[in-house]
Design a protein around this ligand. Sequence first.
Ligand code: SF4
Length: 400
Amino acid sequence: MPKAPLDLSLPTVRLAGYWIRLSDGRIKCQLCQRACTLRSNQQGMCRNRVRKDDQLYVITYGNLSILELKPIENTPFYHFYPGSLSLAVGSWFCNLACIWCQNHEITRSDPPMNQDDIFYVGKKALMRQAKIKGATGILFSYNEPSVSLFEYSRDVIPLAKKEGLYTGYVTNGYFSLDALEELVELGLDAVHVDLKGCAPKINPYMGGKMEVIWAFLRKAWDLDLHIEISTLVIPEITDSPRCITDIARRVSRELDASIPLHVLKYYPFFRAELFGVTAVPSDEIILRQAALAREYLNYVYVGNIEQRTIYDDTRCPRCDAIVIQRNKITVTKNFLTRDHSCPNCGEKIPITGNITARDQSFLYSIAISDHASREDEYWVMKTRSPKRNLVDSKKEEQHS
Ligand code: SF4
């Protein structure tokens, strides 16, 4: 139940999409696979969607927790406009319940819901920011964008396409396949999917079912989206050789061996301690899992580890030459030919978009001063002055 009555005059409260009225008077939300049924004043499991009277509203339209310019490799996307800067937006809440959520400050706390505290960014204002900051594209990320920013992204994506910007979703893959199809029709270019692990072990830790995410991936592949996948290596839960082998084999058989897989080191956050999931895997385990995945997939990367490894660069799957060199999340050299072929053996490397090589890291935030820490960012977001809202003009809003 929402804590206060819904203020329909807020720009962040909009009529929601993808729901139907049932014959018994309840409203069924069909945006994600949870399929919540709601009576008056009830909130969906995600908490983004609230029923008021006979309508369903989303309360986080353009209601941002973060707005950040960052290298796309930070997502991580390694084969999609490598080296580009993305304007990434995040909002609030999620439709899964992972006990180790590293973004729990925004997925598990309430967004500001009054005019003075919301950080609202209009769709045209977002386009202006992208231009001013030199972003090559827009990413919907951080919390689960499908449940929080679906209607917003539906408005933003066509504008971004007009401006020549790419668009991507960083998602848990738990939303409706029809909704995904609609976003693709509007121009969505890419998805990065968090493939949580292997069923049945992982299901209770995330409060969902892995098969739903596999079905989402198959649909994304059928829709010809650029896909990259991450999987977290968690001691005792997802760190077995069998689990990573199953994941890599399924990606290769049900999708394609050319899909990049990012094998990420786990660190405990949020309620991990409560559930006793506090151990951190060694770098050796991460590298072993990456090597096992490489048996089935052409492009495997590792993340969240300090040392430089052979899994930082993009290598040609045929001759093993380095074709894109990276220093952590910065692309430092591009050796590919104009048509993205290996200069050594001619193998075509599946890269979407242009490649931008740089010689330094470009990680910085545009939402706050450059020196602030991540904790400061969230603090600033939550207590943001209304003057920081980036709004569309009245005329632009009328054309929403
Ligand atoms: S989007 Fe939210 S309200 Fe709708 S089905 Fe999913 S969890 Fe429930």
